[in-house]
Design a protein around this ligand. Structure first.
Ligand SMILES: CC(C)(COP(=O)(O)OP(=O)(O)OC[C@H]1O[C@@H](n2cnc3c(N)ncnc32)[C@H](O)[C@@H]1OP(=O)(O)O)[C@@H](O)C(=O)NCCC(=O)NCCS
Length: 169
């Protein structure tokens, strides 16, 4: 389904709509633990939601969301960020909204001088944006390793163990 939308920063007052959207987006996913909407709330509460973008229809309805939060590599803060979760309204999926959110988020972080972004998800989807495996950069969780990809934005790719924000558990 084609739909008209614009990407913008989260505004105060968007919180409930984002929570509900994330819940709807992940509900049908077999890998979902049903907690993704609470993850976004926890990142915001902790001050770790450093970039929160929404896709909004002309009438204002939020139909997509992406969250970025800081990570550490070998326990050091390093201007690297985790991209998660990415959520698109089920009836609007496969219409380019996820692509627009991911591209906009990465470009904002690149312009702001971020060193890189990591993601855990289907490599077939994320590799199209330039995410790749970096020898030596590994997530703390063994479970995440097969799905872990990263993209360097400024500077050399680092090596070490990447740890997500506390809200990820
Ligand atoms: C995954 C998601 C964010 C993608 O956003 P979207 O707006 O639906 O996708 P886009 O329109 O930008 O991209 C569509 C393309 O990506 C592919 N794609 C979409 N989701 C995919 C997935 N989970 N795995 C592999 N490929 C995927 C489509 O097949 C399509 O490929 P094509 O361009 O070759 O036809 C969205 O489908 C979603 O919210 N899914 C439920 C929640 C989720 O799984 N989030 C990601 C967790 S890691």
């Amino acid at each position: 389904m084609t739909t008209s939308f614009a990407i913008r920063l989260e505004h105060p007052g968007d919180e409930a709509a984002i929570h509900d959207l994330v819940k709807r987006a992940f509900a049908p996913m077999p890998f979902s633990d049903g907690d993704e909407q609470h993850l976004v709330d926890a990142l915001r509460r902790d001050g770790d939601l450093i970039l929160s973008l929404v896709a909004a229809e002309p009438a204002g309805t939020i139909i997509g969301h992406i969250a970025f939060s800081p990570v550490t590599i070998d326990a050091a803060h390093c201007h690297w960020f985790q991209m998660a979760p990415v959520s698109v309204e089920p009836s609007r999926q496969l219409g380019g909204i996820g692509t627009a959110l991911i591209t906009a988020g990465i470009e904002r972080l690149r312009s702001a001088g971020a060193c890189g972004v990591a993601v855990v998800g289907n490599p077939a989807y994320y590799e199209r944006f330039g995410f790749a495996q970096f020898p030596g950069l590994v997530p703390l969780s063994d479970h995440d390793k097969p799905y872990f990809r990263a993209i360097a934005l400024n500077g050399e790719p680092p090596s070490g163990t990447l740890r997500y924000a506390p809200a990820f558990g």
